[in-house]
Design a protein around this ligand. Structure first.
Ligand SMILES: NC(=O)c1ccc[n+]([C@@H]2O[C@H](COP(=O)([O-])OP(=O)(O)OC[C@H]3O[C@@H](n4cnc5c(N)ncnc54)[C@H](O)[C@@H]3O)[C@@H](O)[C@H]2O)c1
Ligand SMILES: [Zn+2]
Length: 362
């Protein structure tokens, strides 16, 4: 399966399929021949789990830099370490970077590619479900001690090669995390697809189902990003569930709960705001909570944090105007809109969320 993404700088393909790594690299051999060096950036877990497969499929020579796992790789120190590695390997403006990993590797590798010698080409080889989101759209970033993803650039890859064989070793918690963005993409686009997803138990999901969902998710993301590459307008819709979700993720301390687990709880919060607008029924919200419960999302995570704690992060995240926060809500499935909500209402919905979880899960 192939999806074309049109960005301002250039268009590129996202190819998805089982066992497609080698043939995809071969299909871009004319591009790859221009590279004087090929550097693969990955993390230790991924290299342990998929390094042998990757090596067996790579048709050309390369060097590997293995960074700390996950979020720990998105630091200034590691950013510098990768640049040092590239310089020591005598990389030039003609060198290529391959981001072989999840969102963390992709974000770091993309930002290194954007900055090394003022920009060298890079290729995304995603290894997580979440990366169907992060590998498309050109956002790259590292973290600052004062906040996540604060330092970065918009920088597009040459191609995204999504070999779904890589997903076979993904831990359960990362499946839950990545599926949150899939559900988000369904909510933003297609009611029928969403209802299909809500029937799922992840442990029974087939490879074919997963590939189809990833392709659909990428299509939704690509079409939104094409309309608004630098987040001036419709790209904001991709923040569905993220205002409250990010606050929970930050309050927990990054790494305790996964991004997607927090986003799913943020989506329940969003649905409760929609109930206030009378655009979504309580029955739907309850069905959604049941779906999360069935798939072992940590719905009791909220017990450890007060609204006061979450509020601080929500205000910081969204630079609240005059005590109001912007939320992405749904007119109906597939039709998002932006709504300003004051902090009093935010607190009321937070209470409702805690109550509703207890009621539904009793
Ligand atoms: N740029 C964007 O548009 C964008 C969008 C969403 C999220 N992000 C970023 O993405 C990151 C989250 O991405 P993620 O969820 O993919 O997390 P991740 O990259 O941290 O990977 C999750 C964990 O799974 C391991 N792993 C990855 N692939 C594996 C595999 N195939 N087998 C076994 N283990 C594997 C990793 O080592 C890591 O420990 C965050 O830093 C977030 O800020 C960026
Ligand atoms: Zn997200």
């Amino acid at each position: 399966m192939k999806i074309q993404v049109r960005a301002n700088s250039h268009s590129y393909d996202v190819v998805i399929g089982k066992g497609i790594l080698r043939q995809s690299f071969e299909s871009i051999s004319s591009l790859m021949e221009k590279a004087d060096q090929l550097i693969v950036l990955t993390d230790q877990n991924i290299w342990n789990a998929q390094g042998d497969y990757f090596s067996s499929q790579m048709p050309m020579p390369y060097d590997v830099f293995i960074m700390p796992n996950g979020e720990a790789g998105k630091t200034f120190a590691n950013f510098e370490a990768v640049h040092t590695f590239l310089l020591e390997k005598n990389c030039t403006r003609k060198s290529f970077i391959i981001a072989f990993g999840g969102g963390a590797v992709g974000d770091l590798a993309g930002f290194v590619a954007a900055t090394f010698m003022r920009g060298i080409p890079f290729i995304q080889v995603p290894t997580t479900i979440l990366a169907h989101d992060s590998a498309v759209g050109g956002k790259t970033a590292i973290n600052h001690p004062l906040g996540k993803n604060l330092i970065g650039a918009f920088y597009q890859p040459q191609i995204v090669i999504y070999d779904t064989n890589m997903l076979s070793t993904l831990p359960e918690v990362e499946i839950r995390s990545g599926m949150a963005e899939v559900v988000k993409h369904a909510m933003l686009s297609d009611e029928k697809w969403l209802h299909e997803l809500l029937q799922l138990s992840y442990d029974k999901m087939t490879d074919e189902q997963l590939s189809t969902y990833l392709a659909k998710g990428i299509q939704v993301k690509a079409s939104i990003v094409e309309q608004d590459e630098t987040e001036q307008s419709v790209r904001m819709f991709l923040n569905l569930g993220h205002t409250y979700g990010h606050a929970l993720e930050a309050a927990a301390g990054y790494g305790k709960l996964t991004h997607g687990e927090c986003v799913m709880i943020g989506i329940i919060y969003m649905l409760l705001l929609c109930e206030e607008e009378e655009t979504i029924s309580p029955e739907f919200t309850n069905e959604f909570i049941q779906f999360l419960y069935r798939n072992s999302y940590p719905l009791d995570a909220l017990d450890d944090y007060s609204f006061e704690q979450l509020k601080q992060y929500m205000i910081k995240d969204k630079k609240a105007d005059y005590g109001e926060l912007q939320f992405v809500l749904l007119q109906k499935m597939g039709v998002p809109f932006i709504k300003k909500v004051d902090l009093e209402m935010c607190e009321r919905i937070d209470q409702l969320l805690r109550q509703r979880l207890t009621e539904v899960l009793r």
